[in-house]
Design a protein around this ligand. Sequence first.
Ligand code: ADP
Ligand code: MG
Length: 282
Amino acid sequence: MRGEPLASPPALTPTLSRERERRQHEAPLLQVDGVSLDYRTPERVVRATHRVSFDVHAADRFVLLGPSGCGKSTLLKAVGGFIPPVEGEIRLDGRRVTQPGPDRIVVFQEFDQLPPWKTVKQNVMFPLLASRTLGRKEAAERALHYLDKVGLAKFADVHPHQLSGGMKQRVAIARALAMQPRVLLMDEPFAALDALTRRKMQQELLALWDEVRFTLLFVTHSIEEALVVGNRIALLSPHPGRMRAEINSHGFSLASLGGAEFQRTAQRIHDMLFEEEAEAAA
Ligand code: ADP
Ligand code: MG
């Protein structure tokens, strides 16, 4: 049947339509499905997150954003297999997560996550050896490969105390990537760094992602960092954390910092967080 000419479809870049197509065919890599998480103390039960759901696809840079205390770290620990949900389920490749495993590696905020008596290279090799993923020779090769990727090949034989905070975080990232996890989990990894180093680390993380295309689940309470690092953002309400909104941020990068669209989106997110606080106070 011929009718009026159809309005032209919304312009989609080829990458974007391919991306949509891929998503329709591929099951999510990680599914967080109605997950509630509690802490039990002798006096009471503290609910950290309430029925949180989101899907992470392969090569996503998925950010959990929310105010301090909203349960971001707890969620990440649950994905890591360290805390069982009291409600709902977490699935990786369709299989229920019940315990920690080498397919999910966490990078923390603290600089002291590297045993100080091991050299940089030994630190990166350690999980590969401990999990019997590789033998000594292959582990050393892979460690050097990823140390090179984070620009620290020259520092392979020094000890962590000789490194700056940013360099220690690079080692932690190399150590995590060397395990080639299905999902890399990062809990405010740059929060303790000075502003300039933090910016540089964000830039390097994105460059690394461009090269390696790992799947990232990244926690932050910084709106700006979420927009820069993530392609998708889950906005969590204050304590106990509930899903407030999911925001598509793949159009933003370090280059968009300070731009009008970036500011508008940051403001919109800020308002959503603020609204929730005002509601909670009422
Ligand atoms: P975020 O990482 O978003 O700042 P957390 O996941 O650390 O938040 O904490 C979520 C909530 O759970 C907070 O209210 C916090 O006080 C509580 N909480 C965290 N760890 C424990 C614990 N070990 N025992 C009891 N309550 C906890
Ligand atoms: Mg936290």
